[in-house]
Design a protein. Structure first.
Length: 449
């Protein structure tokens, strides 16, 4: 199949609005980290502690969203309006409630959470400073995480109904609001690191309210009481969400372990890894958009009994994804002399980035392919296979690689080892997808890629 085929044009038409929105969000997150870095390394280190918990919360919301998107998109393809609207309503309200409870639990565990990420060489005075920053920032950051989750669950409903443009616009608008408020709250009103979390909360909450009103007007949501009259919709969403949440929570467990390993190197290493993680999210924005746009397409084809088109989607998306990431990695490496000073003004972190940008970004092509495969397997109704791929990526390749890198050297050894792990994960994921598709019992048995 030629790379630039009609099916690729359809994929890009669905993906580009999401890419613009996600790009804006990742850019603002990176700018957030830069602004926080201007406050000092202690603030940046505290911000870095939130990374594994951000991954956990995102894992829960994405797990619920993946299951909901698959069910709603297939129901739309099969013209089953009752199932699509009921599932959408249950997803929004139950998902928001569950994520709020998770955040309350994280808030109650604030003291042990801080102690886990403090290295043994930190003095009592330094520990007191870090604790004071963390305890003020933590509850406000958790509130911002809930607002992000609500907006994401609403975007799942829109994407499952074939509307990616509104999602892209709301992501972009939330980012613009955040970007405007960041310097005003952080520096103008002298709120410091707390101002960054408040800016995020306001931006995402405003866009979530708009999307909720629009979804109600378009008839994509029901009254909550009517949804529970048909318990099978609740049961189906819960069954699929259980597997996909476990799948999506694995990165948070991995991030938690990796941050613990890196925290044993030095506080500067935590700050560097935090910035590198933000940069990674920024560079994986197109992949993230693909994982949001491709599954609804697959779900609709399954609902319409159009499995023959799914192979074309997979082939075109994967080829373009790999090419895109390799080009992006090369561009980033060539522009690094101008970009690195914008990321951090700390000399030690700049020196690490000079090496890292020529290594890590080139591994994002196979990593992106692995992420796409996981989302495709979930869309095909194979959450257990998706879970196996995620477990292999994180606990067979990535976490052991970080452990080896941290054991034999400094933070740059971790960068080299993690890059190798990403490449191995991409190769494994692709062969696993081929295995599932070629299996005679699978629902995707007529797919060819």
């Amino acid at each position: 199949m030629p790379l630039f085929s009609p099916i690729l044009k359809l994929i890009l038409e669905r993906t580009l609005p999401l890419t613009v929105g996600m790009f804006a969000i990742m850019l603002v997150q990176l700018v957030d980290s830069v602004f926080i870095g201007m406050l000092g390394l202690d603030e940046l280190a505290v911000h870095g502690i939130t990374l594994p918990f951000q991954t956990a919360i995102i894992g829960v919301q994405v797990g619920i969203g993946v299951a909901a998107t698959s069910i709603i998109s297939q129901a739309c393809g099969a013209k089953n309006r009752e199932q699509s609207t009921s599932t959408a309503t249950i997803t929004l309200w139950m998902g928001t409630g569950f994520i709020s409870l998770v955040c309350v639990g994280f808030w109650l565990l604030k003291a042990p959470i801080l102690s886990v990420f403090i290295s043994s060489d930190v003095t009592e005075q330094h520990l007191s400073t870090l604790a004071e920053i963390f305890y003020r920032y933590w509850p406000v950051w958790l509130l911002s995480a809930v607002s992000v989750a609500v907006l994401y669950l609403l975007t799942c409903i829109f994407r499952a109904n074939g509307d990616t443009k509104t999602t892209g616009r709301m992501f972009l608008l939330a980012s613009i609001i955040n970007l405007i408020l960041d310097p005003v709250l952080m520096f103008g009103l002298e709120m410091g690191i707390i101002g960054a979390a408040i800016a995020s909360t306001i931006g995402y909450a405003c866009c979530a309210v708009y999307m909720f009103i629009k979804a109600r007007r378009w008839g994509w949501l029901n009254a909550l009481s009517s949804c529970f009259s048909t318990l099978r919709f609740v049961a189906e969403l819960a069954r699929m969400s259980a597997a996909t949440i476990v799948n999506q929570l694995l990165p948070s467990v991995s991030a938690f372990i990796c941050m613990m390993l890196i925290s044993r190197i030095s506080t500067d290493s935590i700050a560097f890894w935090s910035l590198l993680a933000r940069l990674e999210s920024f560079l994986l924005v197109f992949t993230l958009a693909l994982t949001m746009s491709v599954p609804p397409m697959i779900g609709r084809y399954l609902g319409e009994n159009g499995q023959g088109k799914i192979g074309q989607v997979l082939s075109s998306a994967s080829q373009f994804l790999i090419l895109f990431h390799l080009v992006m990695a090369l561009v980033l490496a060539l522009l690094s002399p101008w970009l690195i000073p914008l990321i951090s003004n700390e000399e030690v972190i700049q020196n690490w980035f000079i090496v890292a940008v020529w290594v890590m970004p080139f591994s994002y092509a196979p990593l992106g392919l692995c992420m796409l495969v996981v989302s495709v397997l979930n869309a095909l109704g194979e959450p257990s296979q998706a879970l196996r791929v995620s477990m292999a990526r994180l606990f067979l390749f990535y976490v052991p690689a970080v452990w080896v890198g941290a054991s034999i050297g400094g933070i740059l050894s971790v960068v080299y080892a993690a890059s190798v792990a990403n490449i191995l994960a991409g190769v494994y994921a692709w062969f696993k997808l081929k295995e599932v598709i070629n299996a005679p019992v699978t629902t995707a048995q007529r797919i060819e890629i």
